[in-house]
Design a binder for this molecule. Structure first.
Ligand code: AHM
Ligand code: MG
Length: 334
């Protein structure tokens, strides 16, 4: 494959599909650059004094890790001054972050989970950054949280960076999904996979099975059938993988198929699962759909959900189409 850089890819998309206005291209490049900086911090580990917990909680009541805060700061600082954004929102900030008045403002809004898979930071297991790009509503002057509450179908770009044995950036602007590997010596993102497609049939599932006793009956049924393997109604064996970083689990599924699940359960009935809609489920669903997969909350397509709060949670079933359809049918009682 001829090696092309992220910049070259974006310029080509802009020319061929007219799908990437110059401002959006700048935005993606700035986010990608910030991910490079985060990757550098992650790679330093204890040598950079970035491991361990901070003495603060985020809006979800979770103890923040030092790298959660560092990554959030890196993304905020990188994106503030470029003139391409109106506001940002993050898992680590209670409310939105409008672009300060000293900088020019643009028409895009950026949401991110700066460091996904926080529980894996201190144990040197793959973690990532997830981001979603929306357009500011027409006529918006002072951005409010309300302006962010658009369904996932309105995303103009989404991506994730994975900090693993290699650092990769997986990106969609609505024209397929493309993967870039960070060339650490050159400091550049090089395209290493074009138009990724998730295999349709799969025998791998990804779920935190320690929650099994709390699940609702449709989830129990689906899981029991997978576990029964060859001897059960599915007639074949399934394999299980759970990294506990959504980015890493979904990245594996992008490569070799599978289904990723974080269902709602009976523990906290008013909290629908663990993952957040706006900056985890929506961008990952956009990517998975663009790669030919599917993503639902057990009832409906995730991208169609009309959000009502910035940090709302959502049950997640995503990956290979046939499995997502089956578990969704069970939840619908079909
Ligand atoms: P985080 O954004 O605080 O890291 O939380 C999200 C993560 C996902 O990456 C992962 O799928 C899930 O939480 C893991 O949950 P569990 O601790 O139940 O394994
Ligand atoms: Mg997360």
């Amino acid at each position: 494959m001829k090696r092309i850089s992220l910049t070259q890819h974006l310029v080509e998309q802009q020319r061929q599909h007219n799908s990437i206005p110059a401002e959006l291209r700048l935005l993606i490049e700035v986010v990608a650059r910030a991910c490079k900086t985060i990757s550098h911090s992650v790679g330093k580990g204890a040598l950079g004094d970035v491991l361990g917990t901070a003495s603060s909680e985020n809006v979800q009541g979770e103890i923040q890790k030092k790298l959660d805060i560092i990554s959030n700061e890196i993304l905020l600082e990188a994106n503030e001054w470029g003139g391409h954004l109106a506001a940002m929102a993050s898992e680590e900030m209670e409310t939105i972050h409008p672009i300060p008045n000293r900088y020019p403002k643009g028409e895009y809004m950026l949401l991110f989970d700066p460091l996904d898979g926080s529980s894996n930071i201190d144990v040197n297991v793959s973690i990532g950054t997830i981001f979603s790009v929306l357009k500011a509503p027409d006529g918006m002057t002072v951005p409010t949280e309300q302006d962010f509450l658009q369904p996932g179908t309105m995303q103009v770009a989404a991506g994730y960076a994975i900090y693993g044995p290699q650092t990769m950036l997986v990106l969609t602007t609505g024209n397929g999904v493309h993967c870039f590997t960070l060339d650490r010596e050159m400091g550049s993102w090089v395209m290493t996979q074009r138009d990724i497609k998730i295999p349709e049939e799969t025998s791998e599932y990804s779920i935190n099975a320690s929650n099994a006793r709390h699940w609702h009956p449709p989830m129990q049924r689906y899981f029991n059938e997978l576990q029964a393997g060859k001897t059960g109604s599915r007639g074949r064996d399934f394999n299980m993988r759970w990294v506990a970083s959504m980015v890493a689990d979904v990245h594996r599924i992008m490569s070799r198929g599978g289904i990723f699940m974080y269902p709602a359960d009976a523990r906290e009935p008013d909290k629908a699962g663990k993952l957040r809609l706006m900056y985890e489920a929506n961008p990952m669903s956009f990517i998975v759909e663009q790669a030919g997969g599917a993503a639902t909350d057990g009832q409906n397509r995730i991208l169609d959900i009309k959000p009502h709060t910035l940090h709302q949670r959502v049950p997640v079933f995503m990956g290979s189409k046939s499995e997502v359809e089956l578990v969704t049918r069970y939840h619908r009682g079909e």
